[in-house]
Design a protein. Structure first.
Length: 500
């Protein structure tokens, strides 16, 4: 069963590579580019391996996957996708080593957006389209995997755990009678938003190719661009507002669009995570606008840093909105004046905080997820109330539903594991040769699938010059962050493999 499923997944990737080959062949004819051969060879190899795995795979006697098989397939499929997806970068010479190729590809499929490329504008159209398509597939893939596998794990249970509900692609409310039908609904929503975004970009200064590529990475909340300067390349206020809008929409639980289409306004209205996502967006926009306004009064802000700040109220609002939404949705695009490294340290802490929190569960964004943060604060409030009123019992509710103790324990365990993984990575990245600050923020941005870090990995830099060991560790962090810590952790526990 696992072999057949791996085969199907590789055949899907081969189809995506063939689509990219068609794009590369078109630009080979009109512009003389030479990357089409690389994609055709990779598509052939990936398809051949996929057919072999599918042909030799066997179904188990029940026809269903066991729990451990489910998690193993989800984790290893990302590795397989990245191993085959990196081949065009090596064949064409976009990068000259396996480390950089794997880092770039994992960053694509995990929708992180961290890059090792310093010459994006010089890359052929096929390479640029593949980078964008990887992120679109990665954003959709998380939704598909969780819908396809996690419900089967909880089959027979009428209780919806928060751990399942907050995984990307899942909602407490069922969208359709079967998970297959639910998956198809999310496909339709995903494709519709992508087409709408591409059209909106095309109505601005973007050409057709750039509009499609940026739509793929916007809705996938990846942040890869066809230009080194990202959205700032165009110096277009229109594009920045359009990008802000669709990044905001992509950070919302996709189930909300289904309920909106079916006029289930009651479900949308009581969805607490959506409400706090929008409130947090507005509040932090105001915080950044206020910091830009009061920055001249802080002695820690230098004249050079002040010169990089937006000067008018309109610019402050626009740049703050773009920056906040790019962080909360974990898209990682940069506008014409969003290099937060040049703004001063006054802006660094809220920037890191937002990239770690991320968007809503059920969206393509990364991060801890807004629902976990809500549960954390409500659990703290519950604990305080119980200390004050020891004879009383309090509950935690999300969107009017009681969160069970098991789900609360999982959320608290997630935060504990997050802190442990953070500390281990800071030590590891420091040992690899990165500074303490750059290592800490690089881990947070890769784990949260945001993209840019700080210093040499900041908005104006890349990950090209960090140590090799750090690149492999951060590549693993991207996958851990995208698939949630528990999915990977289970693979390293002895009891998990012994379970029947």
């Amino acid at each position: 069963m696992k072999s057949k499923l791996f085969g199907v997944l590789l055949l899907i990737e081969a189809a995506a590579l063939l689509l990219t080959s068609a794009v590369a062949l078109y630009y080979q004819r009109v512009a003389g580019e030479t990357d089409a051969r690389c994609f055709l060879l990779t598509a052939g190899l990936t398809g051949a391996v996929g057919l072999l795995l599918y042909s030799f795979g066997k179904m188990n006697k029940h026809g269903n996957m066991q729990i451990r098989d489910t998690f193993m397939v989800v984790a290893l499929s990302w590795m397989l996708f990245s191993l085959f997806g990196m081949l065009p970068f090596l064949m064409y010479g976009t990068v000259d080593n396996v480390t950089d190729a794997f880092f770039e590809t994992m960053s694509g499929f995990s929708t992180t957006g961290a890059t090792v490329l310093n010459n994006i504008d010089q890359q052929p159209h096929g390479i640029l389209f593949w980078r964008s398509l990887m992120q679109w597939m990665g954003g959709l893939g998380v939704v598909v995997f969780t819908l396809a596998f996690l419900p089967s794990v909880a089959k027979g249970s009428k209780k919806v755990s928060l751990f399942a509900a907050e995984a990307p692609g899942l909602s407490v409310e069922k969208l359709a009678p079967t998970m297959g039908a639910t998956s198809r609904l999310l496909w339709i929503i995903y494709i519709f938003l992508t087409l709408l975004c591409a059209l909106a970009y095309y109505l601005g200064p973007m050409d057709r190719f750039d509009a499609v590529c940026h739509a793929l990475t916007t809705i996938g909340t990846g942040g890869f661009s066809t230009h080194q300067a990202s959205i700032g390349y165009y110096h277009s206020t229109y594009l920045e507002w359009i990008c802000t809008l669709f990044m905001l929409l992509s950070g919302v639980n996709f189930a909300m669009y289904h309920f909106l289409f079916n006029r289930r306004f009651d479900v949308i209205r009581r969805n607490e995570e959506l409400r706090w996502y929008l409130i947090a967006t507005l509040v932090f926009i105001l915080i950044f606008v206020g910091r830009f306004y009061f920055a001249p009064h802080f002695r820690t802000i230098t004249e050079d840093q002040l010169a990089s700040h937006p000067q008018t109220w309109w610019e402050r609002i626009r740049i703050s909105a773009f920056h906040v939404v790019a962080l909360l949705s974990n898209t990682g695009f940069q506008s014409s004046n969003c290099d937060y490294d040049t703004w001063g340290r006054l802006f660094l802490i809220p920037t890191v905080l937002l990239m770690v929190v991320g968007g809503c569960a059920g969206s393509t964004s990364g991060g801890i997820k807004m629902v976990r943060v809500i549960v954390l604060f409500k659990y703290i409030k519950k604990t305080v109330n119980e200390l004050i009123h020891s004879s009383s019992m309090y509950t935690v509710k999300i969107s009017g539903q009681i969160v069970e103790d098991l789900s609360l324990k999982r959320v608290m365990s997630f935060f504990s594991l997050f802190l442990i993984v953070f500390m281990l990575n800071v030590v590891g990245l420091s040992a690899a040769g990165m500074s303490l600050e750059e290592g800490a923020i690089s881990f947070l941005t890769c784990f949260s699938n945001y993209g840019p870090g700080t210093g040499i990995t900041g908005p104006s830099g890349t990950f090209a010059n960090i140590p090799v060991a750090a690149k492999w560790l951060l590549s693993f962090d991207m996958m851990v962050g995208r698939l949630e810590i528990f999915t990977i952790l289970l693979l390293f526990t002895r009891s998990f493999w012994r379970a029947k």
